[in-house]
Design a protein around this ligand. Structure first.
Ligand code: FEO
Length: 397
């Protein structure tokens, strides 16, 4: 359904209320998502991005009914990933030859994903296309935000930035605009999106924000390709991205662990209590990673100034859920965070050392040798774990 964004600009995308997992099963979408495609109707009629492949026919049927495929002059494909380019095969099948404006990397990736040699028009930063009525589209390459092909498109004359994935959220809402939705829900999805997708590219985020802010564009609206559109104080999300990209941390500690017979859980909780006793203002969160959504754990890690990772020793290693989340955390390249490890054991007892090594490799500053406990922690070991938590609070202050 076509919906007005601003004068001569319409949303023509798809709200995906059912979506619970994105990127395969890599990213949980508790609030669904949307694939935001936009229609610009000046003297030229332009489609900015399309939708995910399963919704291609519905998307093109709607365009046919509401716009008329014959009226489309060209497509701008800000990013080739399938959740935005999935509508292209159906659209190009029914309206062959429409020019597709994208970056040089966009051409390579679109060919790699769709195996079609469409009518590509390669653009780079500063290139523009006149679309009539005194308006033009200006392209700004944004490589590694978050793929090599990513770009922004600026609608000059209407103050509108089509930012694709940047500034987006996996958040389904019919309310469509940032000033209308629940603010707690919105910001929770924004920070989760940044933490889980954009963290490794923070240096690119910083440079791109400096470049775009330096252009002094009169931004009225930021229209990303997922979630709600920023029309009230749109630069607030840019400011937040600048903070998140600068090795972000809050006065927060995340304790994450897995446990076989609850011994390591008891250590986790006692350590958390110790931190709270020593530093009451510090927000301490505790997650069993085998039972908690991993993207929510990672969001808490992103927000934290320090983490504690726990696992019992099993077969001279750590439990599967801990190994999995450590692999993911390693890939996200967190910076400026302290850490330590802990765990129960029965005989060999390598787990704190192994987790400390994983944390160091992942870029955390490990502050001590960690805490380990032979067999089940009794009152004395629980007391020692609380004391360890108090001491840890001092080391991260
Ligand atoms: Fe929303 Fe990188 O795709």
């Amino acid at each position: 359904m076509k919906r007005i964004v601003t004068e001569n600009v319409y949303w023509v995308g798809k709200i995906d209320w059912e979506l619970k997992k994105f990127h395969g099963s890599e990213y949980s979408t508790h609030k669904g998502s949307s694939y935001n495609s936009y229609l610009v109707r000046e003297e030229k009629t332009v489609i900015i991005d399309t939708v995910w492949l399963p919704f291609a026919k519905e998307f093109v049927d709607n365009l046919e009914a509401e716009v008329g495929l014959a009226n489309i002059d060209f497509i701008v494909q800000n990013h080739a990933e399938i959740d935005h380019s999935g509508g292209l095969p159906e659209l190009l099948r029914r309206r062959p030859g429409i020019p597709i404006y994208c970056t040089a990397n966009g051409v390579k990736i679109l060919k790699g994903l769709h195996h079609e040699d469409w009518n590509f028009k390669v653009v780079k930063t500063g290139d523009s296309v006149d679309i009539g009525n005194g308006k033009k589209l200006v392209f700004v390459e944004a490589p590694m935000l978050h793929w090599p092909d990513s770009m922004f498109t600026w609608l000059d004359g209407r103050g509108l930035l089509f930012s694709n994935d940047a500034f987006g959220q996996h958040y389904a809402s019919e309310l469509m605009f940032n000033d209308l939705v629940d603010q707690a829900e919105l910001w929770a999805e924004c920070v989760k999106y940044y933490a889980n997708i954009l963290t490794p590219f923070s240096s690119f985020v910083t440079k791109k924000i400096e470049q775009v802010v330096g252009m002094n564009l009169p931004v009225r609206i930021i229209a990303p390709s997922h979630g709600i559109i920023w029309r009230e104080d749109p630069l607030q999300i840019v400011t937040k991205y600048a903070q998140w990209a600068a090795d972000y941390q809050e006065d927060r500690v995340t304790v994450f662990y897995d446990s076989m017979w609850d011994g390591t859980r008891k250590l986790a909780e006692a350590i958390a209590q110790g931190i709270c006793e020593a530093s009451p203002a510090t927000a301490v969160v505790v997650h069993n990673v085998a039972k908690t959504d991993k993207n929510d754990v990672i969001t808490d890690v992103f927000r934290s100034k320090a983490v504690l990772a726990g696992s019992p020793t099993v077969n001279k290693g750590v439990l599967n859920a801990m190994a999995g989340i450590m692999e993911e955390i390693s890939g996200l390249c967190f910076k400026n965070k302290k850490a330590a490890a802990f765990g129960c054991y029965g005989w060999s007892g390598e787990s704190p050392k192994l987790l400390s090594e994983s944390l160091t490799k992942a870029g955390f500053a490990v502050v001590d040798e960690g805490l380990k406990c032979l067999w089940e922690p009794a009152a004395a070991e629980i007391g020692a774990a609380r004391e360890y938590g108090r001491a840890f609070a001092g080391k991260i202050a």
